[in-house]
Design a protein around this ligand. Structure first.
Ligand SMILES: NC(=O)c1ccc[n+]([C@@H]2O[C@H](COP(=O)([O-])OP(=O)(O)OC[C@H]3O[C@@H](n4cnc5c(N)ncnc54)[C@H](O)[C@@H]3O)[C@@H](O)[C@H]2O)c1
Length: 366
């Protein structure tokens, strides 16, 4: 019988899918003449390349669930490096517990066996300080180092309200200064001026860092804080500065609604005569012109994650001309769509929009 030590359980790291190492175009081409979710995948791939070919269009990617720990990090980095993503809205888990964590040099590990037939009971994992996400493991000691580093980064922020985008940019600066050779979405986005927003920023490792920072301070010294209203305002400013937008949504959750709602918030500013000073010169704010969502949720429960993009049209958020839901798991679908788009090269000649610089300039002059 195998004796499972912590070292043996954390021996095989999750490797990240390299979308440049294979060309998904022939498969997507074959999918086009099939049915069900295969044909929907081909249509979604077409729409993503159309967003990239439309040089006016800013592409916003949303991330839910646990995608970085599951091997999607390198694909996202490739898209950022090739100007195929202009802004990201994510759950905190992807950005802090998973990406920043790996940026510090830590890894996620392949669990032996399967979740349906585990070789090590979860009680034993608890004793070994190993955390589990489905079929992957994390060394909790390393996660605690990540929490401490978050407390340090947060503690060094100026004592004022910050958007999550500003905090995440500082995390990118920290990685650039201390771990510049590591692969990280946060680090690459910092270098490329791609803003990352986490509307529920404290619901992850960042929250533990914030709690630590708060508790260490005297009552009269509140330090920095995260301002979710500033997040929404900054994301709305991107819509006003660049009204043509397309969405590539990986999963559902908070990021999906947050990014869809900027059409409504921007329209409110137009109606109140407040949009001009943020660069908007039109009469109406256009809905998101392109939208793709990959999700395992369906529409029956009436909840957000499975609500269709057609439904979002009734709320004035997403246009119906170029939208596609694809029902399936992101780790199987996203590498195909991303590899197809990378090899189609519609991104060539796309500008690097560097929305983070625009927003940082606004913060400094405020
Ligand atoms: N393991 C984790 O996901 C994890 C860990 C720590 C903290 N959190 C926190 O929990 C909160 C909830 O996260 P969330 O908003 O991402 O919600 P979520 O993880 O519940 O995902 C929302 C929906 O997206 C879809 N989805 C998620 N992963 C998918 C996949 N791989 N393929 C297809 N569809 C998928 C599902 O329909 C899911 O119901 C966040 O604040 C996050 O920071 C999550």
């Amino acid at each position: 019988m195998t004796t499972w030590t912590k070292a043996r359980l954390l021996a095989n790291a999750v490797e990240h899918v390299d979308i440049t190492a294979f060309d998904a175009r022939p498969l997507i081409e074959m999918y086009r003449r099939t049915a069900f979710q295969a044909r929907n995948t081909a249509r979604a791939a077409d729409i993503y390349s159309e967003m990239l070919a439309d040089k006016e269009c800013a592409v916003i990617v949303t991330l839910a669930g646990s995608l970085i720990s599951a091997g999607m990090k390198k694909a996202l980095i490739t898209l950022i490096e090739h100007n195929m993503i202009d802004a990201i809205v994510s759950s905190g888990a992807n950005i802090v517990d998973q990406d920043f964590f790996e940026g510090l040099g830590f890894r996620h590990y392949i669990a032996p066996g399967s979740p349906e037939n585990p070789v090590v009971p979860d009680e034993q994992l608890r004793e070994l300080a190993i955390d589990r996400i489905y079929d992957t493991y994390i060394n909790e000691d390393e996660l605690r180092e990540c929490d401490d580093t978050m407390a340090k980064v947060f503690g060094e922020l100026e004592a004022r309200p910050h958007s999550s985008r500003e905090v995440i940019d500082r995390m990118g600066a920290y990685l650039a200064a201390n771990h510049g050779g590591n692969e990280s979405v946060v680090l690459t986005a910092h270098r490329k001026g791609v803003p990352i927003f986490c509307p529920a920023f404290s619901d992850c490792s960042a929250g533990f860092g914030i709690v630590l920072d708060r508790a260490r301070r005297a009552d009269e010294d509140r330090g920095a804080c995260v301002d979710v209203g500033k997040d929404f305002f900054e994301l709305t400013r991107i819509k006003l500065a660049n009204p043509a937008t397309g969405l590539l949504m990986l999963g559902g959750g908070v990021p999906k609604n947050f990014v869809q709602d900027i059409v409504v918030s921007a329209e409110l500013l137009v109606e109140q005569g407040l949009a001009g000073k943020y660069g908007f010169t039109g009469e109406d704010v256009p809905m998101h012109a392109y939208a793709v969502q990959l999700t395992v949720a369906d529409a029956r429960d009436g909840a957000l994650s499975g609500s269709t993009l057609r439904e979002a049209c009734s709320w004035g958020k997403v246009g119906t001309a170029r939208e596609q839901m694809v029902y399936g798991e992101v780790t199987t679908l996203f590498p195909l769509i991303a590899s197809d788009a990378y090899h189609r090269r519609a991104w060539e000649g796309r500008p690097s929009r560097r929305f983070a610089d625009m927003l940082a300039g606004a913060t400094q002059s405020a």
